[in-house]
Design a protein around this ligand. Structure first.
Ligand code: CAA
Length: 250
């Protein structure tokens, strides 16, 4: 089996951590990106995830919304790792409000991190995948990018845009054995939902999920791992929902 190295943006967050854990358990070398202001949390995360995986797990700072910061992040990574063959664009934020109350900073922050961030990071590693004629890119979108969500014009637009990016890049890279796919989770048990949403609103939304519950982060990471497998070589440009049937219920 080929040696695999994965970069996971937002790797120390809720879904990102589950993805890193699954990759580590499956023999990958894992580089977890974190927002520079979260250094302390990232160091604690590293300590927790190193045990049993010494020499295979790394953290790297980088603001995905800032192109120059991504250039620096890639320079750091390329010093120690020959080739990042697996890129998971997972960093994302929400700033929910109805459009009437949504200020430009709330719009710009979400677009810059959730959509432009995918360009900023992918741009650093795409030449390596092209030249090595192998790669797996997974962009984490959302069911709310597929169906829209009240109070999320910014996030729904960014996440829908992510899948457009996926489909275009999948066409550009197919002849080089680089697959590009989107995974669109539903509501997942993470700080972005349980930690930040009004509990009553969240309960109401989850009440419409056919499975009647939120996803566990590892249910999303399983899908990521499967699409990154070498055997998933003919799956490209697709959008895989991991939503407990929520999207079809609309
Ligand atoms: N559908 C229809 N009407 C609604 C509504 C809904 N879902 N929610 C609220 N309203 C109504 C309100 O009752 C209110 O009506 P009145 O003007 O008659 O009083 C009106 O719409 C405006 O409501 P608010 O003043 O409360 O709106 P707001 O601008 O303050 O925003 C909100 C409220 C923060 C958006 C809140 O509705 C909310 O949290 N919604 C859920 C957003 C959500 O699902 N976020 C997901 C975060 S997790 C994530 O994004 C991860 C992922 O990928 C799934």
């Amino acid at each position: 089996m080929r040696k695999r190295t994965a970069l996971v943006t937002g790797g120390v967050g809720g879904i990102g951590s589950a993805i890193c854990k699954d990759f580590l358990e499956n023999g990958y070398t894992v580089i977890a990106n974190y927002y520079p202001a979260e250094e302390k949390h990232a160091q604690e995360w590293l300590k927790k995830h190193q045990s049993g995986h010494e020499g295979r797990v790394f953290i790297v700072p980088g603001d995905v919304a800032d192109f120059d910061s991504c250039v620096k992040m890639a320079e750091i990574i390329k010093k120690d790792h020959d080739f990042v063959d697996t890129l998971i664009n997972c960093a994302g934020v929400t700033r929910d409000k109805t459009l009437r109350k949504m200020e430009p900073d709330m719009w710009n922050l979400v677009i810059n991190i959730d959509l432009t961030g995918v360009y900023n990071v992918t741009k650093q590693f795409i030449d390596g995948m092209h030249d090595n004629e192998f790669g797996r890119i997974i962009n984490i979108s959302s069911v709310n990018g597929q169906k829209g969500q009240f109070g999320q014009t910014n996030y729904s637009a960014a996440k829908a845009g992510v899948h457009g990016f996926t489909m275009a890049l999948a066409q550009e890279m197919s002849r080089k054995n680089v697959t590009v796919n989107t995974i669109s989770p539903g509501y997942v048990e993470t700080d972005m939902t349980v930690g930040q949403m009004n509990a009553e609103i969240l309960d109401k939304i989850v009440g419409h999920v056919p499975m009647g519950r939120m996803a566990r982060p590892e249910e999303v990471s399983y899908a990521v791992l499967a699409l990154c497998d070498e055997r998933a070589s003919y799956i490209s440009g697709t959008n895989l929902g991991v939503n407990g049937g929520f999207f079809m219920s609309f």
